[in-house]
Design a protein around this ligand. Sequence first.
Ligand SMILES: [Zn+2]
Length: 211
Amino acid sequence: MAVPRNLDHAAIVAHYKETQGMGATAFHFGCSRATVLHALRKFGVPRTGKPGGVRKPKKPKPPKPPKPTLEEKFWPLVQKSDDPDGCWLWQGGVDNSKKGGYGYISFDGRRLKAHQAAWELTHGPIPEGQQVLHNCDVRYPPGDRTNRRCVRPDHLFLGTHADNIRDKVQKGRQESRAAGWRTLSPARIEHLARHFNISPAELLALIDSPT
Ligand SMILES: [Zn+2]
């Protein structure tokens, strides 16, 4: 149906007020509902669709349930060990990239490493320049990264990046000794240097520096 031009908006509004019907008014004038709306807006008539012209008061929305805290989200994803010294392994997401193996948790738009979150939940924020390290990697065979998923607070300690390197080298030496080697092999030094993104010379300097 062609929409007649030069519609009498006052007449549309009067009809709408009488019938309180968008559809009925639009049909009566052979115009679109958008035209009726336009007329109502132009004359400041609230659109109600109901006789009496009173807007229904909006129902108050039920309050949203509060978001779970990091603590509430975190601990259900931890599998505690029956062994009194056993590792508590993270059951949530795990970063499986080459340098990964660590559990992670997303919270408040941040992606946190699970063992760091465990530290923060237990001891508070991690001091600037410090890293959360594991002391339980000695229980795993060399190359097994399972311990990176461990979030047991008393398996964690704070250290600097250099401490972390010395710690790894120390453990590497223990592994080498256990394997019957007298010292760290050049290949192992290469590997560790690559792991920490430094040169083998820098790594050796760090190992020899006093702790
Ligand atoms: Zn552990």
